[in-house]
Design a protein around this ligand. Structure first.
Ligand code: FUB
Length: 306
C-alpha cells in the first residue's frame, strides 16, 4: 500500500514538473560527457562517436569541446589518441573518460579497452597529454578487486584534498589516489548502495559512476544499465555507503545513458548524451546539457526535457 502511494506521488510530481530546455554542444557525434571548469573556461572531454563504425563504440580517440560561457561552444578537435598509451592493445577502444586539475596539472583518466584505465597528464587542459606511468593505473585481473570491466573512470577531489577514483561496470568501484594522481592509495573497494526499491528489480548499478558534493552531501549518480536510467544515491562519505534516492533522468531510446554534473556560480548543470540527432542512434550520440535543480530538502528534481 505504502509503495503504491509512493509511486502515485512520483507520477503526479513528474506530471507537474516543469520541462527543462536543453542545449546541444555540437552536431558532431560525441558521447560520455566529462565537464570541467579549468583555468577560466569550461572543458568537455568526450568519446568520439563521429569516428566510430556506427555498429559499435569503436573509436580510438577522445574529442574535446570548450566554452567560455556555456552558450557558445568550440570544437577543440580530437585532442588525444589511445596510442598515447603505448601499452594499449591494438584493438583497444577509447571510451568514457574523466579529467581533473590538481596543483596546476591536468589529469585525463581513460578506459583503454574494457580491461584497463590509463592516466595521462599535461600542463594544459587541451593538449600535451603524456602517459607518465608507461603502464595501466588500473588493470584487471592484475589488481585485486578491479572488477570484470574497469571502465568509465571519474575523479573527485574532496574538500580535504583527498582524491577518489570511481569506475566499474555492474559493480561500482572506488579507490583513493595519492597526491601525484598516479598511484592508488589503498585497496579498490566495492561501493555499497542501499535502499533500492524492492518492487523495481531494474534499479541496480550498471555503469557511469559520478560523484559530486552539494551542501555537504555526497551525491552518487549512475546509469542503471542497458538501457539505463540515471538515478542517484546520497551519503556522507565519498566512499559510501550511499542510499538510493530516486531517478534523475529517465531511459533513453538507445542502449546507454551517461551523465556529468557541474556546479558553477550557484547553478548546477546536467550533461548527458542521447541518440536523437539526425543519423544518430546507439553508437552515434550527441551531447547536451540542461539545468539541474534541487528541492529544499536536497533531493534532485527529475529532469524532463521539453
Ligand atoms: O561510449 C562507450 C560506453 O558507452 C561508455 O563507456 C559507457 O558509459 C556508455 O556510455
Amino acid at each position: 500500500m505504502k509503495k503504491r502511494s509512493c509511486c502515485l506521488a512520483l507520477s503526479i510530481m513528474l506530471a507537474f514538473m516543469p520541462a527543462s530546455a536543453e542545449t546541444l554542444i555540437s552536431e558532431r557525434f560525441s558521447a560520455d560527457p566529462s565537464i570541467h571548469f579549468f583555468a577560466g573556461k569550461y572543458y568537455l572531454y568526450a568519446t568520439n562517436d563521429q569516428d566510430n563504425s556506427g555498429t559499435y563504440w569503436d573509436s580510438t580517440d577522445w574529442r574535446l569541446f570548450s566554452s567560455a560561457d556555456l552558450e557558445s561552444w568550440q570544437d577543440e578537435g580530437s585532442f588525444l589518441d589511445i596510442s598515447v598509451f603505448a601499452w594499449a592493445e591494438k584493438t583497444a577502444k577509447a571510451w568514457a573518460p574523466g579529467a581533473i586539475e590538481r596543483n596546476g596539472k591536468f589529469y585525463f583518466f581513460a578506459p583503454v579497452g574494457g580491461k584497463q584505465i590509463g592516466v595521462a597528464v599535461s600542463d594544459k587542459p587541451f593538449t600535451g597529454f603524456k602517459d607518465p606511468l608507461g603502464k595501466a593505473l588500473i588493470e584487471t585481473p592484475r589488481d585485486a578487486n578491479a572488477g570484470a570491466e574497469p571502465i568509465d573512470p571519474m575523479v573527485f577531489i574532496d574538500k580535504d584534498g583527498q582524491t577518489y577514483l570511481y569506475f566499474g561496470t555492474r559493480i561500482p568501484k572506488v579507490v583513493k589516489l595519492k597526491e601525484n594522481m598516479q598511484q592508488l592509495d589503498g585497496d579498490i573497494q566495492d561501493i555499497i548502495i542501499q535502499g533500492f526499491p524492492e518492487d523495481d528489480k531494474k534499479k541496480k548499478y550498471g555503469e557511469a559512476p559520478y560523484l559530486h558534493e552539494h551542501n555537504g552531501t555526497y551525491y552518487f549518480t549512475f546509469s542503471t544499465g542497458w538501457p539505463g536510467q540515471i538515478v542517484y544515491a546520497t551519503g556522507n562519505n565519498p566512499m559510501g555507503p550511499f542510499t538510493y534516492r530516486g531517478v534523475v533522468f529517465d531511459y533513453l531510446p538507445i542502449s546507454t545513458n551517461h551523465q556529468a554534473i557541474i556546479e558553477k556560480d550557484g547553478k548546477s548543470y546536467f550533461f548527458y548524451h542521447d541518440g536523437s540527432a539526425s543519423g544518430g542512434g546507439d553508437h552515434k550520440r550527441t551531447i547536451r546539457f540542461t539545468e539541474l535543480q534541487y528541492a529544499k530538502d536536497g533531493s534532485i528534481l527529475p529532469i524532463i526535457i521539453k
